[in-house]
Design a protein around this ligand. Sequence first.
Ligand SMILES: [Zn+2]
Length: 116
Amino acid sequence: MIKYSCRSQGDPGSTIFIYQKGCNQPLLMYLIIRCPGCHTFSYVDRYQQWKLCPRCGEAISVRQGPAYLEVEDYSVAEQIIRQLERYLDSTQKKELSSDEIAALRQQYADWIRSRI
Ligand SMILES: [Zn+2]
């Protein structure tokens, strides 16, 4: 039986879901974040505090910005970032709604569960 629970932390606008580790739970090491200046998606090691934006060079404070998703692997992070960029591009949106972020997290959680 895989335990898969999460709790939220902070205010709803920047909710970060902490996935509690069950027995086979992969460690979610990378956070998908977004540059507040140029809105480029990026990912960062969860223990890192700052990340220089690859596009505009702004120092992004990892703790302050919303984390869209926590993932286990940087290659997964890159994949999801490409999907997010395509999605925003095709829908002509500037930002994901909190419903969309929740759906994204749900999809990722389902995907992880399906692999175990
Ligand atoms: Zn930037």
